[in-house]
Design a binder for this molecule. Structure first.
Ligand SMILES: [Mg+2]
Length: 227
């Protein structure tokens, strides 16, 4: 029997792009609580978890990064993001995603989940807009852990539970678009397939097991499945 596979998909830059909607929602939430809409200027958000983004913004704003304040900013961020999703014109689902998700959903012995720094409420809003949320029964999210590697570990363990296996009996593969995805995947001993759809040059992602411009590329699905 083939080795069971757990696939954890990153969201921003991998499944979809929101044309800056996430950043705008975060900036408005920030402004509400910290009076500083510019605290995230220049911060490269790709691959960061939501809590880590806010913690860095608070540091830039000269405010202590206490967890209660982070929770408060996140609580404001969710309705701001919902509003953004109703009008975000540049939103798109990346090439090959729907077809790849169809193929992975049909594969035997495979658990298809999310591995994202978005809190679950934000992930849901971003993916419902593209009718992708219903495709993922589980995941590791930014509300599970502030550290990307740890949320991937949590997602992996949920995937293993769905397969009725121990994580050690499964092949775990992370699909992402940043160096941060690659580092976090390595930290939990997972394979990683990188895509260029988030705008990072492919040679900057060469530490991944495989790199593709997008998931329409020949061999991309095979690299994820490992079969
Ligand atoms: Mg990403």
């Amino acid at each position: 029997m083939a080795t069971p596979v757990i696939v954890l998909m990153d969201i921003d830059g991998t499944l979809i792009s929101t044309a800056g909607a996430g950043r705008r929602a975060m900036q408005r939430a920030f402004a509400r609580h910290c009076d500083r809409a510019d605290a995230l200027d220049g911060v490269k958000l790709g691959g960061m978890t939501d809590r880590a983004i806010i913690r860095e913004g608070l540091r830039n704003a000269g405010r202590p990064g206490d967890d209660a304040l982070i929770d408060a900013v996140l609580a404001t961020y969710v309705p701001e993001l919902a509003e953004e999703m109703t009008r975000c014109d540049g939103y798109r689902v990346h090439a090959g995603i729907v077809e790849a998700m169809d193929a992975l959903a049909a594969a035997a012995g495979l658990a298809l989940g999310l591995g994202t720094g978005n809190i679950a409420a934000g992930a849901r809003l971003k993916l419902e807009r593209g009718d992708l949320w219903r495709r993922f029964a589980f995941g590791g999210f930014g509300c599970d852990h502030e550290d990307r590697a740890e949320l991937l570990r949590i997602g992996r363990d949920r995937g293993a539970a769905r397969l009725g296996r121990d994580a050690g009996q499964c092949r775990t593969v992370i699909v992402g678009d940043t160096q941060r995805d690659i580092r976090a995947a390595r930290a939990i001993g997972a394979a990683v397939v990188a895509v260029g759809t988030g705008g990072n040059p492919l040679d900057a992602l060469c530490d991944a097991d495989a790199v593709f411009a997008d998931l329409t590329a020949p061999g991309a699905l095979h690299a994820i499945l490992g079969r």
